[in-house]
Design a protein around this ligand. Structure first.
Ligand code: SF4
Ligand code: SF4
Length: 311
C-alpha cells in the first residue's frame, strides 16, 4: 500500500490575523473569504489514530488555510501525535507565537518536527506590502530566540520561507544571505497567481501542459469537515474526493476517485471543471537534489530549498 508522505489536516481553518494579498483564502480577490471552521478534538484524534496504524507514518501538517497557533487545541494535538510516534510540520506567519508558545515549542517539539516561518521580506516596508501590518523584526527575533535556545535534544527543525512575487523580487538574494547560515533551511518559491499560473515576469520559458504533480502522489489534504481536497491550494472546497469520516483516510487516498484523477492528470486529460485544469503549481513539486558546499539543494523549476548539512 502506498501511503502519503504528508497529511495536511485542517483541525481549525479560517483563523489568520493576516490577509496577504497573495492568499487564496483571505485576500478576498476571488470574491470569497475563508470562514472559521473547527474540527472537534475527538474527530482530530480519530484521524490521528488511523494514521498511527500505518506501516509508514507520514508527517502531519496540522492546518491548511489558517494560522496554526490560533488553534487552542494545537498543543494537545501535537502531544497526541507524539504519543503515537507521529511528527508534525507546521507553517506559520509567527505572529501569534508568544512566550508561552515559545516554551511549548522548545520543550515539546524535537528535530523530527519542523516549523517553517513565512516571512517573504527583509525590510519592514516590503513585509507590509506582501504580508501585512505587523513588526517583521519581532518575528525575526522570535525565530532567533528559538534557534539560540534549542538544545541537542529539544526544539524543532526551523526553516524560513520566501514566496517570490513582484513586490519582493529585489530582496530575494538578501533574504537568502540573511538566513542561510542561521536557519536549518531556506525555501524560495514563486507564488502562482489567482489563475494558478506562474506570473509572466518569472516564467523561464513557455510552460506546456503540466502533468505529474507530486502533490497528488505524496500529500493528502483533509479539510476541517473531513472532505478530501485535491491539494492545499483549494481554499474553498471546490474539489472533493469524499469524506474521511465515512470512508477512512486510506479508503480515499487509494480509492477509485483519487486513483483515476491521478491517471488523468498524468495523461494531461484534465477537464475544465477539474481543479487541476491548466494549473502550473506542479512545476514546483518535482524536486531534484544536489550538493553545494555547506548545503544540500533541492530544486524544481520555480522553487529552491537550501538545506544546511549536518543539522
Ligand atoms: S499568513 Fe498564510 S493563511 Fe494567513 S493570509 Fe497569509 S498566506 Fe493566507
Ligand atoms: S496540479 Fe495544481 S491544483 Fe492540481 S494538485 Fe498540483 S498544485 Fe494542486
Amino acid at each position: 500500500m502506498r501511503y502519503p508522505r504528508k497529511v495536511a489536516i485542517g483541525f481549525q481553518e479560517g483563523t489568520c490575523p493576516l490577509h496577504c494579498p497573495k492568499c487564496f483564502a483571505f485576500s478576498g480577490k476571488s470574491g470569497r473569504k475563508k470562514k472559521v471552521h473547527k474540527m472537534s478534538l475527538d474527530k482530530a484524534k480519530w484521524l490521528i489514530n488511523e494514521i498511527a496504524e500505518w506501516e509508514q507514518k507520514p508527517v502531519i501538517q496540522p492546518h491548511i488555510f489558517t494560522e496554526p497557533f490560533a488553534n487552542k487545541d494545537l498543543s494537545e494535538i501535537i502531544r497526541y501525535c507524539h504519543e503515537k510516534d507521529i511528527f508534525v510540520s507546521i507553517i506559520t506567519n509567527g505572529i501569534l507565537i508568544d512566550d508561552s508558545w515559545t516554551q511549548f515549542i522548545l520543550s515539546e517539539l524535537g528535530r523530527k518536527d519542523t516549523i517553517s516561518f513565512s516571512l517573504d521580506a527583509t525590510k519592514q516596508e516590503t513585509y507590509e506590502k506582501v504580508r501585512g501590518n505587523y513588526e517583521l523584526s519581532e518575528i525575526e527575533n522570535r525565530i532567533q530566540y528559538l534557534l539560540e535556545h534549542r538544545t541537542d535534544q529539544g526544539g524543532p527543525r526551523l526553516s524560513v520561507n520566501y514566496t517570490l512575487e513582484k513586490e519582493n523580487f529585489d530582496e530575494t538574494k538578501a533574504f537568502i544571505e540573511k538566513w542561510k547560515y542561521k536557519a536549518d533551511a531556506v525555501r524560495v518559491t514563486v507564488a502562482i497567481d489567482d489563475n494558478k499560473k506562474i506570473p509572466e515576469m518569472f516564467r523561464k520559458k513557455e510552460i506546456q501542459n503540466v502533468s505529474e504533480c507530486s502533490f497528488l502522489d505524496e500529500v493528502m489534504t483533509i479539510d476541517s469537515d473531513g472532505h478530501v481536497r485535491v491539494c492545499q491550494y483549494d481554499a474553498f472546497g471546490d474539489s472533493d474526493f469524499g469524506n474521511v469520516f465515512e470512508k477512512g483516510i486510506m479508503g480515499i487516498w487509494e480509492g477509485d476517485g483519487m486513483r483515476q484523477f491521478r491517471v488523468r492528470q498524468k495523461k494531461g486529460e484534465m477537464m475544465q471543471d477539474d481543479y487541476c485544469y491548466q494549473c502550473e503549481g506542479a512545476c514546483s513539486t518535482k524536486l531534484e537534489c544536489r550538493e553545494m558546499g555547506d548545503f544540500i539543494i533541492k530544486e524544481a523549476a520555480y522553487t529552491i530549498y537550501y538545506n544546511r548539512r549536518n543539522i
